[in-house]
Design a protein around this ligand. Structure first.
Ligand code: AFP
Length: 322
């Protein structure tokens, strides 16, 4: 099996970007170790703090956030970082060539129950005409990502990443401490009979999503003429990993629980990187209005509607909005 750096060189990834990716992955190895230690490490449980998103921070959220921030800012490659856990972006070096957005620990509610969690990251070129302290550098659409990926801390620690030449799948080999390529060019099957949505929010959804899910639930006697199964991991990394490996549709639709906050998932830290991975694997990544990666961000913590996965199923869902 091929190691990470030669696999990236084969895709003509620039050497400084390879070094940056290796820097990010060094931090994921430490997180992977802490996660595998579970309650033996002192990172379990909640803090008394809330992040900018209004969510209670877990200790491991903070540990992971500090680790990624420190390792990236010390690397010399990075002009600024932006994290789901930080109020605003944090400046690195003025001549850094890249900016990195990350969700240090996606699926935090799963930490204490020993279920799936992961790290999501997205890399853009740093604009040369803005200071490192300017958060506006991050207002770039997903189309401009040069790399996106996630590390899933599951029974095995897996990395799924794209630099724009397909979506590739690696596993952390603890015997030599590096990520090994196990599958090139993942392909999301075009059709599926599996969907992922938080059903407990059903009463808050807009009518098109209500109608779509109700037709899936009607099964082989309904308009879709086939049965559908449902999965919900409560960590987008886990749900998207399943979609990338065996197909499916994943959605976090708009809802009217709080009129000020119709969407849950974050554009920079969740939706854009996952969209890049899904599209590079032949799937679709949309809102009900268009491609997620076409969105021109107005805020680094912006939230967005998400409908992504198997091409034909995403199209079937979007047809309800027309
Ligand atoms: P955290 O990053 O705060 O843990 O949130 C995870 C998440 O944003 C996403 O990964 C899940 O799909 C979604 O929230 C789960 O939300 P529910 O609370 O609706 O299950």
């Amino acid at each position: 099996m091929q190691r990470l750096a030669p696999a990236l060189r084969e895709d003509n990834v620039p050497l400084d970007l390879i070094s940056l990716i290796e820097t990010i992955l060094a931090a994921t190895k430490e997180i992977s170790f802490r996660v595998s230690q579970g309650h033996l490490s002192d990172s379990m449980g909640s803090t008394l703090d809330e992040n900018i998103q209004g969510e209670v921070q877990k200790k491991l959220d903070i540990v992971a956030n500090e680790l990624f921030k420190d390792i990236l800012l010390e690397s010399g490659f990075v002009k600024a970082v932006s994290s789901e856990e930080e109020d605003t972006s944090v400046a690195g070096v003025e001549d850094g060539k890249y900016i990195v957005s990350f969700d240090p620990l996606d699926g935090s509610s799963n930490i204490d129950i020993n279920s799936l969690i992961g790290t999501i990251f997205s890399i853009h070129q740093a604009p040369t005409d803005m200071a490192a302290s300017n958060p506006d550098m991050f207002k770039q659409s997903g189309n401009h990502q040069v790399c996106a990926g996630y590390v899933l801390y599951g029974p095995s620690t897996t990395l799924v990443m794209t630099t724009g030449s397909g979506t590739h799948f690696y596993v952390l080999d603890r015997t030599h401490g590096g990520y090994l390529l196990v599958e090139r060019n993942l392909q999301v099957p075009e059709d599926t009979q599996e969907f992922a949505i938080n059903m407990s929010n059903q009463r808050f959804w807009q009518q098109p999503m209500q109608n779509y899910i109700s037709d899936l639930l009607a099964g082989d006697t309904g308009p879709r003429g086939k049965n559908f199964n449902m999965r919900w991991i409560a960590a987008m990394v886990g749900d998207i990993h399943r979609v990338l490996t065996r197909g499916g549709i994943f959605t976090y639709p708009a809802d009217n629980r709080n009129p000020e906050k119709p969407y849950k998932l974050r554009l920079m830290y969740e939706a854009n990187p996952m969209s890049f991975l899904i599209e590079q694997a032949g799937g679709l990544a949309m809102t009900s209005q268009g491609r997620i990666m076409d969105i021109e961000p107005t805020d680094i913590h912006q939230r967005v509607e998400v409908i992504m996965g198997s091409k034909n199923e995403v199209e079937a869902c979007l047809a309800y909005y027309k």
